[in-house]
Design a protein around this ligand. Sequence first.
Ligand SMILES: [Zn+2]
Ligand SMILES: [Zn+2]
Ligand SMILES: [Zn+2]
Length: 338
Amino acid sequence: MFDWKQDPHRRLNPLTGEWVLVSPHRTQRPWQGQVEESARAPQPEYDPSCYLCPGNERAGGARNPRYTSTFVFDNDFAALRPDTPPDRFDQDGLLVAQGEPGICRVVCFSPRHDLTIAHMEPADLRRVVDTWAGQYRELGARESIRYVQIFENRGAMMGCSNAHPHCQIWSNSHLPNEVSKEQASQLAWREARARCLICDYAALEAARRERLVEENASWMVVVPFWAVWPFETMVMPRRHVAAIDALDDAERDGLADILKRLTARYDRLFATPFPYSMGFHQSPTDGDAHPEWHLHLHFHPPLLRSATVRKFLVGYELLAAPQRDLTPEAAAERLRSA
Ligand SMILES: [Zn+2]
Ligand SMILES: [Zn+2]
Ligand SMILES: [Zn+2]
């Protein structure tokens, strides 16, 4: 048997069927690459030039109300439009395209320009959770919407140009690629074993504990065994729940609590506001029952070694398979001690 901590090996992601290459022996090699500017300037509570702050004018010309809690609006420069004809084009199976109706929204977490998830009050975060659940249900109830993707890009390193804490919701007619892979895997697992893939995985990680980062009564956070990003995590409810709107009162409070503690832990790791892309994966809203689906979130942070040294997915990753040096077990250990 190879040595997990020394020998190159590959690990399977059972949710996507894809492999990641792990090269733990390389963690000592010297770094001579890019150094990012550390974005640590403190933000003001209100920024008159921010298009998300209460009362300000947005780029499209609309003006935000003087909102006092969470605030949702249709994206002024939406990637999807509800009136798009759903026609299909297919020439010899080689030139295939399809009109994609959808709705894109923006959710401001709070009126405060400076309050990230790590610094929000639990009661205010709970309102964000309720807003996510309400949007999932409202958008998902529409005939043309079969999937609701809730996600947040945080930090300039992840391409987020506005510091005001907010997330996006893109909802559309077809299952996006990643969701489609995870659906197929969860369905196959259920058909083969009459159990849930993520329930089984969560039970295993709860027993082994070496990749566990945070937990409370209703949620757990692990660095997945197959993580691609150095400090990637997966947030799972302990109960088998298909979508966010099915979370009960205690589980919603539990989600607010675990998100606050996880993002604070990230911020402490390299003493910097930690950039990431995070988002939910959950049941499609196509009208079918989806007993195979287990709600979860993924956090994909780019930082590798400090506030300024990031990981890039280039070369081998783009052309062959993702690769990492730091083992998921070592990453979990570092997050636990942050
Ligand atoms: Zn703002
Ligand atoms: Zn489950
Ligand atoms: Zn997923």
